[in-house]
Design a protein around this ligand. Structure first.
Ligand SMILES: [Zn+2]
Length: 750
């Protein structure tokens, strides 16, 4: 589902800081985890592989898959799954469809009106455009709506809440504006959309409208579609608002693979459906509602791009929002192709990208799906030439990602026991575009991802995609990240939150995972989840030559091969230890910063600062006096971080000395390392999330929280929870240390 590609990318690039003067990436040395002989053979096979993917074939994949709307449960979704299956078989691969089912609500009725003298009824329609041949496939298009909004019919005044983040409500509190009993109008952006109704409901709102402001993805950023790539006046963003930070996947079967006939939680007991009705609208529809707002003028950073004064509300006129849905269970068609491993068949390297879309979905997801299919074809060609992967290679084309990561989550929950034992890595992609390479994921894969990125050519500048991203990173970022871009041998990869199909692998199962893509040079995101994200749009405004599409196939395919063929799994732990150390430093600093801020603010309140500094003729409410946080015992976390640093260094020494003659049994020990970072009791209030290092934020949705149990206890001021969560997190890291020591012992032949 991947939101707001460009902005996210720049965030990644800041982190992906890199070194221009690092060692020249040629293969005078063996690939990590390979004997000299195997390395030489692997390099040749990989070069052959990268020569195979063709931009024109990727373009044709996209044309075929995007020809009609293909959301979950639609005829063309199934048709696409069957076509993917036939393609994979024609490449000589052993492929099948694994079917699951999940709750997927679709609109029965939608109504939004402004009552009173300026009565207005929202159109709630994206018009067909003459130049765009698939934009008019009305009969098969899902209307604009937010999936997993509850049914509801509410009439109330409106309040504008900016992006609808928790901090926006603090601002409203300070201005003396309450949303209790109101319908909130929030703009898309900043927070994941599902956070907006969740936080609104917590503050007592009865309904939620989310609109696309032209400042965020419309005319303020570029020409509007079809003249340019940005969202037009009547374009709207569909999308899920399920409370996925609690658990993704089928809402009625958390933790269990939803094969037909599985026991279901009754609908009225599902925790992840919104508490209030929600509806997304275009800015053409939003304008009369925004104009009806009275009250105070909003702060500067709350202003959007529309030509009138933005006010907080409440409105005198009432708004009427009514939505009802068909609460049906729909089939999911995951397409799975397997190439059995010749040497280590019980070790699995997994690749995935979803195939379902909100509508035609050329960019999201087919710009990732189409290269993935080309990758599979290229591997089929290599098999014919005699390549045999050492490990089992599994290519997955997921259904139902858009509603709630349904297809990947149900598949991985169904196969959970096998995956915990056998999965060595999961490589994900989703929408893809022109520009810089970026990667996020498990930091045990950081060195590996760097090594592959050095071997892929940037199609436009001809330098390696690694070098290009690394040099480009020096123009952005903090002084520290720019300094790192010159001196740290490996470029840092970002941490993963949620937002695509890697979630179940990394967060629930503890499988080392990465998310890969290109972007930053096209204005991505303008037609995100709209009827206009289609073949015409992609071929006019995105990677029109399909060369970054080829680069994605080359990158991800090389990763699959290199991970599959290694004698010893090429995980590397010194980068991981270094990154975890930075997270420990961050949470300690967070606690100190919050303590100082709260102390300062309490002093300001006592001294009358707020009263003095605010306009007595305007409403303003000072913040409440807060409890000053106690000092926490971070020692277990410091100890665990140090232990991991030492164990990683010892492992690296043993690896350098003995990997060439390693007993293959060391691989089984290595598979257990990342899994050790999970805790079956999970995170506070959301046990499905078991990874103690990475999680999507409870109040950010897509955005990652590292060391989440500790960090969120501090952020949410759960002061008594902090020390116990420090201990649990430290224990998870110590479990990894033990596994790593066992692998080191095995390498040393002791
Ligand atoms: Zn997607």
């Amino acid at each position: 589902m991947r939101s707001r590609r460009m902005r996210k990318l720049f965030a990644c690039l800041l982190i992906l800081s890199m070194n221009a003067y690092a060692v020249d990436p040629t293969h005078s040395e063996s690939l990590r985890g390979y004997t000299a002989v195997h390395s030489a053979a692997e390099v040749q096979w990989e070069q052959k592989f990268r020569a195979i993917p063709e931009p024109d074939r990727i373009r044709e994949n996209m044309r075929r898959l995007s020809a009609r709307p293909h959301h979950v449960g639609s005829p063309y979704d199934k048709d696409n799954a069957e076509w993917l299956l036939a393609q994979l078989k024609s490449y000589g691969l052993d492929a099948k469809i694994e079917q699951f089912e999940a709750l997927f609500p679709t609109p029965k009725s939608r109504k939004l009106e402004l009552l009173g003298s300026a009565k207005f009824t929202a159109k709630l329609e994206e018009p067909a455009l003459a130049v765009d041949p698939t934009s008019g496939q009305r009969d098969e298009q899902l209307p604009t709506y937010n999936a997993y909004s509850r049914d509801g019919d509410v009439t109330a005044p409106l309040v504008y809440v900016n992006y609808g983040a928790p901090s926006d409500y603090e601002q409203l509190d300070a201005m003396g504006v309450s949303v209790k009993g109101a319908i909130v109008i929030a703009r898309y952006g900043e927070t994941w959309r599902g956070i907006k109704p969740k936080v609104a409901a917590e503050h007592g709102a009865v309904g939620c409208i989310i609109y696309s402001d032209p400042k965020d993805d419309g005319y303020a950023r570029g020409d509007s579609y079809p003249d340019g790539p940005m969202r037009p006046a009547e374009g709207a963003q569909r999308g899920s608002v399920m409370d996925m930070p609690v658990y993704p996947g089928d809402p009625q079967t958390p933790g269990v693979g939803a094969k037909p006939g599985v026991k279901l939680i009754p609908l009225d007991q599902v925790q992840t459906i919104t508490k209030i009705p929600v509806l997304p609208i275009s800015y053409a529809d939003a304008q009369p509602f925004l104009k009806s707002l009275e009250g105070q003028t909003v702060p500067e950073n709350w202003r959007g791009g529309l030509p009138f004064t933005y006010k907080t509300g409440p409105s005198k006129a009432q708004a009427h929002l009514a939505v009802a849905f068909n609460w049906d269970r729909k089939p999911l068609y995951d397409v799975i192709a397997t190439i059995p491993g010749a040497t280590f068949p019980d070790e699995w390297v997994i690749r995935g990208n979803h195939h379902d879309a909100w509508v035609n979905g050329a960019e999201d997801p087919l710009s990732g799906t189409s290269p993935e299919l080309e990758e599979a074809r290229a591997l089929g060609e290599l098999l014919k030439q005699g390549w045999k992967p050492a490990r089992t290679v599994i290519y997955c084309f997921w259904d139902g990602e858009e509603p709630a990561l349904l297809g990947s989550t149900e598949w991985a929950e169904y196969h959970a026991d096998e995956l915990k034992q056998h999965a060595v890595a999961y490589f994900n992609s989703d929408g893809n575009g022109r520009g810089f390479f970026h990667a996020g994921g498990s930091h045990s894969l950081e060195n590996f991802i760097n090594s592959v990125a050095k071997d892929v050519d940037d199609p436009e500048t001809k330098m390696s995609v690694w070098k290009r991203a690394r040099l480009a990173a020096r123009l952005h970022g903090t002084p520290e990240s720019r300094a790192e871009a010159k001196s740290r041998p490996d470029s840092r990869i970002s941490a993963l939150g949620s937002g695509s199909d890697y979630t179940v692998f990394i967060d629930h199962l503890g499988v080392p995972s990465a998310n890969l893509g290109y972007g930053g040079e096209d204005e991505g995101g303008g037609q995100y989840h709209s009827v206009y994200d289609d073949f015409y749009y992609y071929t006019h405004f995105q990677d029109t030559e399909f060369v970054y599409e080829r680069a994605l196939a080359q990158t991800a395919g090389t990763m699959m091969m290199r991970m599959a063929d290694a004698d010893v799994l090429p995980y590397q732990f010194t980068d991981q230890a270094d990154t975890i150390h930075t997270y420990v430093t961050e949470v300690k600093k967070l606690a100190d910063t919050m303590r100082t801020q709260i102390k300062d603010r309490n002093a300001d309140l006592a001294d009358g600062v707020y009263k003095a500094a605010t306009d007595p003729k305007k409403t303003s409410v000072p913040p409440p006096v807060d409890v000053v946080p106690p000092y926490f015992n971070f020692a277990p976390l410091d100890q665990a971080s140090d232990d991991l640093t030492a164990a990683a260094a010892d492992y690296e020494k043993a690896f350098t000395a003995h990997a060439e003659n390693a007993d293959p049994k060391v691989n089984a020990l290595l598979i257990a390392t990342e899994h050790a970072l999970t805790d079956p009791a999970g995170l506070p209030n959301r046990p499905w999330f078991e990874n103690m290092i990475y999680a999507p934020g409870f109040f950010t949705g897509y955005g990652v929280k590292t060391l989440p149990a500790v960090r969120e206890s501090i952020e949410q001021k759960q002061w008594t929870a902090v020390d116990p969560q420090i201990s649990r997190t430290a224990a998870a890291i110590e479990r990894e240390v033990d596994k790593l020591k066992a692998a080191t012992t095995a390498l040393n032949g002791e």
